[in-house]
Write a protein that binds this ligand. Structure first.
Ligand SMILES: Cc1cc2nc3c(=O)[nH]c(=O)nc-3n(C[C@H](O)[C@H](O)[C@H](O)COP(=O)(O)OP(=O)(O)OC[C@H]3O[C@@H](n4cnc5c(N)ncnc54)[C@H](O)[C@@H]3O)c2cc1C
Length: 397
């Protein structure tokens, strides 16, 4: 049998994390970088929220994968089935084996419909949808924009949902449209949030609560959807006051996510990591396999997973791969993350914070946690250009 093909740095997943890291490592001078990514179309996921808000199309966020892989980086169009850390080998579904010098594991997370029995059946009907899947994002806006009366329920999980507060974008877009058309008087809007706040940034949280109040949205914190009856259109809830049922006419879900099963099966998870790649959240190095790194939605980064967080994680992993090889001191990631949230169809705020919830503004003097029209334009139109032309080419400092 021939020995596996070897790459100096091998990256699992050609999403935001994988392409940014591969491009960055290549730019830093590594000549032999490869990415394994099965999907032929790359998605800029943050625009899904705008598709679900009726202000973008799927065509705006899709590019052929081969066009966005950074130059000089080889792509394998296969699916990783397992990692064998003892042999430093990654095994693809077609049996191909790839050996690595260092391995970055960033295959993202998957929706966990099993966590809410009945939710998969519900989103197959016209009365429930999510922005967290491309095929559901357009349907979200069709459902919301056609509602004229009844109860609209928005339920946001805090179980590993990538950039969970952006689930509020379709809500604020819908209530804004409903108010202008007069329909808001006939629509009762309930926002169910599993966690203790809308966003982990005190001022941004206050501003979002004030915007919700202004539209008459009933906000219920600490409230979990435990099951959905798609036929009867009712939710079973666990609330601070005990179990309750709630009927809906339109249901938006930002559903729980989970780790891909082969991560744990390959020994890359630990007892406490819930199946996610167990890394030191500061150095992003695997806790037991020093040549394995984890970043993005797949790893235990101990903060809100987001594309914005990757701007800080990618340089840390790129530098730490070199630091390990040269015996230098490693860089540390402070858990910076960001949630851009609209408060209407005209304004957006940016909540930037570290892993302790302390505000960490990236721009001095301007208060980005205050909703502004300029921030909405930045997030909707400028960020995608920065993503395509800079971030996924590895120009991340
Ligand atoms: C609806 C939505 C809105 C969002 N809005 C924002 C926002 O406004 N701002 C923000 O900062 N963040 C936002 N995010 C979060 C952001 O998109 C993610 O945090 C980011 O994409 C994570 O990147 P990743 O590379 O870790 O995962 P992904 O982008 O999910 O990429 C993972 C890649 O790995 C591949 N893969 C999976 N399994 C395998 C396998 N077995 N073998 C090989 N490859 C595999 C997948 O095909 C995929 O391409 C949003 C996310 C969603 C879903």
């Amino acid at each position: 049998m021939s020995s596996p093909r070897r790459h100096d740095v091998l990256v699992i997943g050609g999403g935001n994390a994988g392409l940014s890291l591969a491009g960055r490592v290549r730019r830093d001078g590594c000549r032999d970088v490869a990415v394994v990514e099965p999907r032929s179309v790359h998605h800029y996921k943050p625009l899904l929220s705008y598709v679900a808000s009726g202000t973008a199309t799927l065509a705006d966020l899709r590019r052929p994968q081969d066009e966005v892989v950074p130059s000089g980086v080889r792509r394998y169009a296969g699916t990783v089935e397992s990692v064998d850390p003892a042999r430093s080998v990654v095994v693809l579904a077609d049996g191909t084996e790839l050996e690595y010098g260092d391995l970055a594991v960033c295959p993202g997370a998957e929706l966990d419909w099993d966590a809410i029995p009945g939710s998969r059946e519900a989103v197959a009907t016209a009365h429930a949808a999510t922005s967290y899947l491309p095929e559901q994002a357009e349907k979200t806006w069709t459902m919301l924009s056609s509602l004229r009366s009844g109860r609209a329920v928005f339920a946001i999980s805090d179980r590993h949902v990538p950039c969970a507060p952006v689930g509020l974008k379709p809500l604020f877009s819908a209530v804004d449209v409903w108010r202008r058309s007069g329909a808001l008087d006939s629509i009762e809007v309930e926002l169910l949030v599993e966690g203790p706040h809308l966003v982990r940034h005190a001022e941004a949280d206050r501003n979002l609560r004030a915007a919700a109040d202004e539209y008459g949205v009933r906000v219920r914190l600490g409230t979990t959807v435990t099951s959905v009856d798609a036929g009867a259109r009712t939710l079973a809830l666990a609330t601070p006051g005990g179990p309750q049922d709630l009927a809906y006419d339109a249901l938006y879900l930002a559903p729980p996510h989970r780790a891909l099963p082969w991560i744990a099966e390959s020994g890359l998870a630990t007892d406490g990591s819930e199946g996610f790649v167990a890394v030191d959240p500061e150095t992003l190095q695997h806790v037991t396999h020093p040549r394995i790194w984890g970043l993005g939605d797949a790893a235990t980064v101990a903060t809100l997973p987001s594309g914005g967080a990757l701007r800080r994680q990618v340089p840390v992993v790129a530098r730490n791969i070199q630091a390990r090889r040269k015996g230098r001191i490693m860089d540390r990631y402070d858990g910076y993350s960001v949630a851009p949230v609209t408060t209407s169809r005209r304004r957006l705020l940016l909540a930037e914070f570290d892993r302790h919830g302390t505000a960490e503004p990236s721009v001095p003097l301007v208060d980005l946690a205050r909703p502004r029209p300029s921030l909405l334009l930045f997030d909707r139109y400028l960020e995608p250009l920065i993503y395509w032309h800079k971030l996924i080419k590895g120009r991340v400092s």
